[in-house]
Design a protein around this ligand. Structure first.
Ligand SMILES: [Zn+2]
Length: 94
């Protein structure tokens, strides 16, 4: 967990306000792997506050979800489209 969003290829992305969810192809980084990229897998990213030596900063926390999408525990999902197909419409390329 590096705490940053890597250069995974992103298929879908949307935010509920609680977390940023992304469907990504994953490169495992093994030189002998012949199956890369893997997935696609869902990941969620949340911003957490970290206090180091009295200095407050923010870091990204990565949560692995897996092939089947579900909201993170604690995410009310207020902005979650009810129709899974609507995820495509929610996806807005940066
Ligand atoms: Zn691989």
């Amino acid at each position: 967990m590096s705490g940053r969003i890597s250069e995974h290829r992103v298929l879908r992305s949307f935010s509920t306000g609680y977390a940023l969810y992304r469907l990504e192809w994953v490169d495992c980084g093994k030189s002998r792997c012949t199956k890369c990229p893997h997935g696609p897998y869902w990941y969620a990213y949340t911003v957490i506050g970290v206090v180091t030596d009295g200095v407050s900063t923010h870091r990204l926390k990565t949560h692995y979800i897996g092939k089947i999408f579900h909201l993170l525990p604690g995410d009310p999902g207020e902005k979650m489209p009810h129709d899974p197909d609507a995820l495509d419409e929610a996806f807005s390329p940066a």
